[in-house]
Design a protein around this ligand. Sequence first.
Ligand code: SF4
Length: 344
Amino acid sequence: MLPDPGQLPAEPPLSEPPLSGSPSRPLLPSASRLQPGITSTEPVQGQGLGSCHALPRSLSPSKIATFKDCPLSFKFSYIDGLKEAPSIHAVKGTLVHRALERLFWELPAGQRSLERACGFAESELDAMTGDDPDLDALELDDSGLAALLRQAKALIDGYFHLEDPDTIYPAGIEMALEADVGGTRLRGIIDRLDMDGNGNLTITDYKTGRAPSSGFERARFHGVNMYALLCEEVIGIRPAKVQLLYLQQPCVLSIGPSDQAIRAMRKNISALWNAVVKACDGGGFLPRISGLCGWCGFKDLCPAHNSASPATVASTTPAAGTATRNSIPAIPGTSTGNATTAGC
Ligand code: SF4
């Protein structure tokens, strides 16, 4: 959902490209400043479906990725509303995203230095300590907090090796977008939307984890192509480029979303929503064992790994003969546009 126009800062409208050499503050306020996160897991009851499970209100790139990776994990997260245990990696990612958000939000071009960004990380960590349930749950002592800050600063340093923030004109930071795509409610938050002097848009997504190994890059673009589709639906402009900034390596994966990729994405989203509806309507959410199980926070609940959970098995496994596997449409891997990598 875009913010109420009455709350926008006094800046030129999005359709007007910035004056050359005058990058300033972002045009659109961040989602975190206007509204709570939009990734609500609050479900709604399936209507007229005789459903066994409540339907989620919408899909997001992360929900779609979770359903494709493991339907049962999707159920735990987005139907049952269970939360995975906080991790140091997730907290570090939050800290880095907050620091980079403030770098662009609070400072005009010419003042966006590494020192200022690291200063934001320090003040954000102070603000989070005692106030952020995920950070508090880690129970870090002073040396643990210092190590967390040191690692966050290293990632921020990685960012400065990838681009010069003084040359960036952000049209939006942490932008919450929501649209109806072929009858499916799609939601997402874009880390940063940039506009160049010609009015071309670029979606930027910060990644604090490792870059994908060769051969898996395209899979990473499925989510960001969904952001490109959302941007096109809400703003009416398809971004010319989508880039993933991997701060750890550091390296960049970028792609120009093609007509074919966006068309395929539209079809795939409605097919995937139908698969979710069928699963909620008695088809069940089956576990999908993979290497991701080692990282899954629901492993103790998972019947595939825990035969001592009869109640869980009964509630998640479809009746015999009703389904042998969730039907998950494949996202074409050859229609994502022209991907390029730099340094990965
Ligand atoms: S442990 Fe594996 S199969 Fe079970 S819910 Fe998690 S990802 Fe799915």
